[in-house]
Design a protein around this ligand. Structure first.
Ligand SMILES: [Zn+2]
Length: 300
């Protein structure tokens, strides 16, 4: 059976063409995955997350404000996206996509979304291009359904997973690991279960050593029921926002290391794409496709 890959056309929202968020990457990523033969049976299409799903990880008042298009301007500015109907539909669809990827991972062992990783969204509001915290919502949905009792979030986006850390603060059954550039956004970091703040300019070998120094032991200690992997490509050396210096090969090695660590131990893993920034949409989408290529290599 091929790797289940989740995609929805609504992942691409309508924002101004000159906006600094590279919205075109979602459509381009889907095209690349199709062209490379990674979705022979087609994408799996998610339902949007419901208000009740979203309220498992977010304040109901914030969920209602987003879905009702009444987010206060200061919060809209903090999110950094115009909160129009397509952006809201995208946020619900991407969250539904991560919920579906998690369900498929529990069934088949491994599944990936073509969006997700909105890790700056905290319980009471979004921030940093993140409206809803899709991974946190998916974990809370599966916990509520008693499909899982424990989860591990492996967040390798270059930015710290502050929203996820805040949502699960003090929750012993959900462990958050954030491997990030210490000097990248957010300035005010929240405390994850484990934070590894990396120095500017770190390259492949040192990055992979930092990850391999913590991940296998952590998984062995926790044996979580599921792992959520945020495979942000913004640690890449050409990324417009990230302060690290990974190559394409380094990102691919990283993805294989994380997915392999889960596979070796028979632990289901759901992958989400996280951040990746720059003007060259094609280059960013190619980088995001590394996650799906790496994952596909563990299937069949
Ligand atoms: Zn990021």
């Amino acid at each position: 059976m091929p790797l289940p890959i989740v995609h929805h056309p609504a992942f691409t929202a309508e924002i101004p063409a000159d906006h600094r968020f590279p919205m075109g990457k979602y459509r381009r990523l889907a095209e690349i995955l199709s062209a490379e033969g990674l979705v022979p049976g087609g994408f799996v299409t998610p339902e949007p997350a419901t208000a009740d799903d979203l309220a498992l990880a977010h304040d109901r008042a914030y969920v209602d404000a987003v879905l009702g298009l009444t987010v206060p301007k200061p919060i809209e500015r903090e999110i950094g996206l115009p909160m129009n109907e397509t952006v809201v539909r995208r946020a619900a669809a991407a969250t539904g996509g991560t919920i579906l990827a998690a369900r498929l991972a529990l069934e088949t062992g491994l599944a990936c979304n073509t969006a997700g990783g909105s890790h700056h969204a905290r319980s009471d509001q979004g921030a940093g291009f993140c409206t809803f915290n899709d991974v946190a919502v998916a974990i809370r949905v599966l916990l509520a359904e008693r499909r899982i009792a424990t989860a591990l979030v492996v967040d390798c986006d270059v930015h710290q997973g502050d929203g996820t850390a805040e949502i699960f603060d003090g929750e012993a059954n959900v462990t958050t690991l954030s491997l990030h550039a210490e000097r990248n956004y957010p300035v005010r970091k929240r405390r994850s279960s484990i934070d590894i703040g990396l120095p500017d300019g770190l390259g492949d070998a040192d990055y992979l050593a930092a990850l391999s120094g913590v991940l296998p032991g952590l998984i062995d200690r926790l044996t979580p029921d599921i792992i959520f992997y945020n495979a942000g490509v913004d640690p890449h050396r050409d990324d417009r926002l990230g302060r690290l210096s990974l190559s394409d090969a380094g990102l691919l090695s990283r993805d294989r290391m994380v997915i392999g660590a889960a596979r070796d131990r028979g632990i289901p893993l759901a992958g989400v794409i996280g951040g990746g920034y720059g003007a060259d949409i094609d280059a960013i989408a190619v980088r995001h496709a590394l996650l799906h290529k790496a994952a596909a290599g563990f299937v069949d």
